[in-house]
Design a protein around this ligand. Sequence first.
Ligand code: CAA
Length: 259
Amino acid sequence: MYEHLLMEEKGPVAVVAIHNPKSLNALNSATLSELNACLGEIEKRRDIRVVIVTGSGTKAFAAGADISEMVNAAAAEGRAMALLAKETFRRLEKMPQVTIAAVNGYALGGGCELSMSCDIRVAAENAVFGQPECGLGILPGFGGTQRLARLVGKGRAKELIFTCDRIDAREAYRIGLANKVVPAAELMDTCFAMAERILSKGSYAVSLAKMCIETGTDTDLDSGLEMEAVNFGLAFATHDKKEGMTAFLEKRAAVLTDF
Ligand code: CAA
């Protein structure tokens, strides 16, 4: 169905892999369009509750935007690419499903930016992160100046973007870019195990919490707390709240079904 993506469903978990084997999964416009369409389909589905984003093969998550496509592009085309990535990556942040980046190798430029748009990043020991754009005479254009600074702080983001230094998985973990580092052979199992733990909780409650974190942390504290209070109240109207609390009091396992 897709030329640049591989998609696999395992129950409530979808695995979406960038698949451009000739260019270390570089993100050309066609790939971004497919990813946007694919996420658009997934976000409408209630049977998929977790999305794992990865790169096909063993060497790269995604080695960045496609340099061969950008080399002769004009300013308007550059802006159009960035806006397509903005729409696509924003979808990952805003979709009700939890998104986990399984970073299985190079996550450079647009690849690092794709991983940062996922809710959680699990890095294989061979993962390499970096924003090499300034070495190409451009700057990060798929959200790197904004998301890296929000994730690791302005000082570290500036250092990484200005020097174009590549960092390994352990350093990414140390600065808070990666949530976890695991041996490459255990990467997908670790992501599935994390998905299982999340799926055992109330999926609707998780989606409300995601929305509050995403929207709230980009606003002032009072507005964020107000948003949290409204959604906390909303959760009281759900089956899951009644079931979750009743099950606790009855000392039995809850059966949480809302999404
Ligand atoms: N775009 C297009 N093609 C790419 C690519 C990219 N980002 N990254 C790798 N490739 C291609 C290579 O050109 C090469 O193609 P050929 O076999 O036809 O020569 C193939 O993938 C394999 O790559 P290498 O031979 O270079 O593999 P390596 O193991 O020696 O090096 C690497 C791996 C360090 C990741 C190196 O490929 C590299 O530095 N890639 C570019 C990384 C980069 O600069 N990314 C940022 C792009 S700009 C961006 O992303 C802007 C933004 O913010 C959106």
